[in-house]
Design a protein around this ligand. Structure first.
Ligand SMILES: NC(=O)c1ccc[n+]([C@@H]2O[C@H](COP(=O)([O-])OP(=O)(O)OC[C@H]3O[C@@H](n4cnc5c(N)ncnc54)[C@H](OP(=O)(O)O)[C@@H]3O)[C@@H](O)[C@H]2O)c1
Length: 273
């Protein structure tokens, strides 16, 4: 039986991934910040729930080694934990900037550093990073989030070179429009006090994001797509998921337009003019 360790399993895509891998006959190390609050996942056969805060290197190392011991090795790690910071960049404090990068980017790096010694010793393993369409195109007032996801693109792409000769593959999921709490309770809103000049545009964008979330694809369906992608046994790095819909239209538009045309069209669509 193969084992996958997944981060950020308390809800959303991470939780759906736990259930899908379990249904497909995998052993799952489901990690989350508050394992004591978990009511359901630990009742599923072959699922063990562990505490892990990706901001905390000691918690990452402890859980990775416990899971390796309990599961007789880890075959795949999925770096899913993440959130978005929304608002004018000028409003962000040093701490808010650090927190965003430390979760989405450095958290991923912490987990990969913890699993690599075992992957290298066994000369096999799959590293899956949950990136975003937001690592290819950008939206207004999400500069910090995009910064992390664009960085994840370059990091994942370069990492594949050095790991491939060791039998370890890297997969980057460029996710888009998944129905979760991402644009709701998970959004870290920057206060922006005293920055009225941004307010009207910022508010319009927030309304648009929240409105768009209603047409997003259910997390269960995206989890099934991700499972197929990361178990395809190939060296392919990038997967845009889910396919079709709004995401495909957006990427086609990006492809067809200059930087300036794209930025203007996107801005107008948010501002409603
Ligand atoms: N939803 C989308 O449309 C979409 C699109 C592209 C990419 N993604 C990516 O998909 C991933 C999952 O997001 P989601 O949509 O499922 O959002 P979500 O429902 O808000 O779930 C985010 C998960 O990350 C966890 N998390 C946050 N900070 C953490 C930390 N320091 N340590 C451990 N876990 C932490 C949360 O745990 P708590 O419950 O403890 O807060 C939660 O389980 C993210 O990387 C996101 O960037 C999502």
């Amino acid at each position: 039986m193969k084992t996958v360790l997944i981060t950020g399993c308390s809800r959303g895509l991470g939780r759906a991934l736990v259930k899908h891998f379990q249904q497909k006959g995998w052993q799952v190390a489901a990690t989350m910040r508050r394992p004591d609050a978990e009511q359901e996942l630990h009742l599923l056969p072959h699922v063990r729930v562990y505490g892990m805060d990706v901001l905390d290197d000691a918690s990452v190392r402890k859980t990775v080694s416990e899971a390796q011991r309990n599961c007789d090795g880890i075959d795949m790690v999925i770096n899913n934990a993440g959130y978005g910071t929304f608002g004018p960049f000028e409003a962000a404090s040093e701490e808010e900037i650090q927190h965003q990068f430390s979760t989405n980017l450095f958290g991923t790096m912490r987990v990969i550093r913890a699993v690599l010694p075992q992957f290298r010793a066994r000369r096999r393993g799959v590293v899956v990073n949950i990136g975003s369409v937001g690592g290819m195109v950008t939206f207004p007032f999400y500069s910090l989030y995009h910064g992390t996801k664009f960085a994840l693109e370059g990091f994942s792409e370069s990492l594949q070179y050095e790991l491939k000769p060791l039998g370890i593959s890297v997969k980057l999921i460029q996710a888009g429009g998944v129905r979760t709490d991402f644009n709701g309770s998970s959004l870290a809103l920057l206060a922006g006090e005293g920055l009225e000049e941004y307010q009207e545009a910022r508010d319009k964008c927030l309304v648009a994001y929240r409105h768009n979330s209603s047409v997003h694809t259910p997390a269960e369906s995206v989890a099934a797509d991700i499972f197929e992608a990361v178990t395809d046994g190939t060296d392919r790095l990038r997967y845009i998921l889910p396919q079709g819909g709004q995401t495909s239209q957006l990427l086609q538009m990006r492809e067809a337009m200059s930087d300036e045309q794209f930025a203007e069209t996107l801005w107008k669509s948010f501002m409603g003019s």
